[in-house]
Unconditional design. Structure first.
Length: 319
């Protein structure tokens, strides 16, 4: 826990450094209300998907199919809209489909005993392929302004976009579930020692299945947000987004091996990743460089905890 607090403190310090650097290098525009609004829009879907993925990774599993679920949800919105369905019916249907996608992942992992990495790499391709089958390479963009404004306008009187408000509400709920409930203690116990958790009476398979279902449902919600933000339903929406989400979660101090992490650290990781990407965009940096930076942050987030543990072990072993 002490190492985790140190990591979170370092993240907050890095956030301050990025903010000050951005403010200086952009002549004060980085922390302007307009830029912070667009920064919030840019990290909205990442923040949403990162919340349930945090619980999945703390439990010792991973879900790489979340961005494909987002794309499938977007494709379904477009297809059902063209079929004459109302958005009031489409949206809950899409969330249920996302939950079913998560349930498929969870059942393959918990009932067949397959590794979640292999399973979700497979469903990453499967769900993206289904999205292409559903909508093809077309785009649907004639959605009502009352819905698309959700992703393009701020909360009245502020520069806070609605998706960030939604992410904040869900963050409170997930934070309470993970850090202030018996369910959260069970998730940590499973990630730390699955066999021990099972012998202590924790329903390991049921909890893991519920986490995958949550990840699928929230990824579908992110797909709705993404579709309305760009006013376009496409099968390729969110391609590659899973890299940024996993990078943010691991950068937030969640152990890739499970059993350690906090939602506060993940939110700080999301802000740090989003701030760096936003700063690079303001500097007219190419998309390729943004991808490289995301990949480097992912490597750092995996290597740094291992190095920290090794240094700590050496200090304890020293006379």
């Amino acid at each position: 826990m002490r190492n985790l607090l140190r990591w979170e403190t370092a993240l907050v310090f890095l956030l301050i450094v990025v903010a000050l650097t951005g403010q200086v290098s952009t002549d004060g525009s980085f922390l302007s209300g307009g830029n912070l609004f667009y920064l919030g829009l840019d990290i909205g879907e990442i923040a949403l998907i990162a919340l349930p993925l945090t619980l999945v990774i703390v439990a010792g599993e991973i879900d790489l199919s979340v961005a494909s679920v987002l794309g499938l949800s977007s494709a379904l919105i477009g297809w059902l809209w063209n079929a004459g369905w109302s958005l009031e019916t489409i949206l809950p249907t899409v969330i249920v489909v996302g939950a079913v996608c998560g349930a498929v992942n969870g059942l393959l992992v918990t009932r067949l005993g397959l590794p979640s990495l292999a399973v979700t790499i497979g469903t990453l391709a499967l769900y993206r392929g289904l999205a292409l089958v559903v909508l093809g390479d077309t785009a649907v963009a004639d959605f009502p302004a009352s819905y698309t404004s959700f992703g393009t306008t701020p909360l009245p009187g502020t520069d806070i976009p609605y998706p960030i408000v939604l992410a904040a509400i869900l963050a409170v709920l997930f934070g309470v579930a993970l850090h202030a409930s018996s369910f959260g203690r069970s998730v940590f116990a499973i990630g730390a020692n699955e066999e021990g958790a099972r012998f202590s009476g924790i329903r390991v398979k049921r909890i893991k299945l519920s986490l995958f279902v949550l990840a699928g449902a929230v990824a579908a919600i992110a797909g709705i947000v993404y579709t309305f933000r760009f006013s376009s339903a496409r099968a390729d929406n969110g391609v590659g987004l899973e890299l940024a989400v996993v990078a943010a979660v691991l950068l937030g101090g969640v152990s890739i091996f499970g059993g350690k992490g906090s939602l506060f650290g993940v939110l700080a990781g999301v802000l740090l990743l989003g701030g760096l990407r936003n700063l690079l965009i303001l500097q007219d940096t190419s998309t390729e460089v943004l991808t490289i930076v995301t990949g480097l942050l992912l490597l750092v987030s995996v290597l740094a905890p291992s190095v920290t543990r090794r240094v700590g072990s050496l200090r304890k072993a020293a006379p």
